[in-house]
Design a protein around this ligand. Structure first.
Ligand SMILES: [Zn+2]
Length: 94
């Protein structure tokens, strides 16, 4: 199978980010230490649950992926579709 790669239609950046909202994050506190600015807490492992995908966007310019109807892509199925047919979307970029 051919590898699908993201390439931003706007700036050609190849780094795609998934933006999630409504996520609950659990941080484990490691230790508290003194610095010249006061006490600081060092956090260790973090875990998260819940949340849903709000959008996929270019890491560089923030270009947000939209489907053919101009709706933001919010699931992996649509994302794969977008990655497979990038030329269809190029024309929609202003
Ligand atoms: Zn970009």
């Amino acid at each position: 199978m051919e590898e699908l790669k993201f390439s931003c239609p706007k700036c050609k950046c190849t780094l795609l980010e998934e933006v999630m909202v409504g996520v609950t994050v659990y941080n484990s506190m490691e230790k508290i230490f003194d610095t010249e600015y006061g006490e600081e807490i060092e956090w260790g492992d973090c875990d998260h649950e819940d949340g849903y995908i709000d959008r996929f966007q270019c890491n560089e310019c923030g270009y947000m992926l939209e489907d053919k109807d101009g709706m933001l892509i919010k699931d992996y199925e649509d994302l794969l579709e977008w990655l497979k047919t990038p030329t269809d979307y190029l024309e929609t970029v202003k």
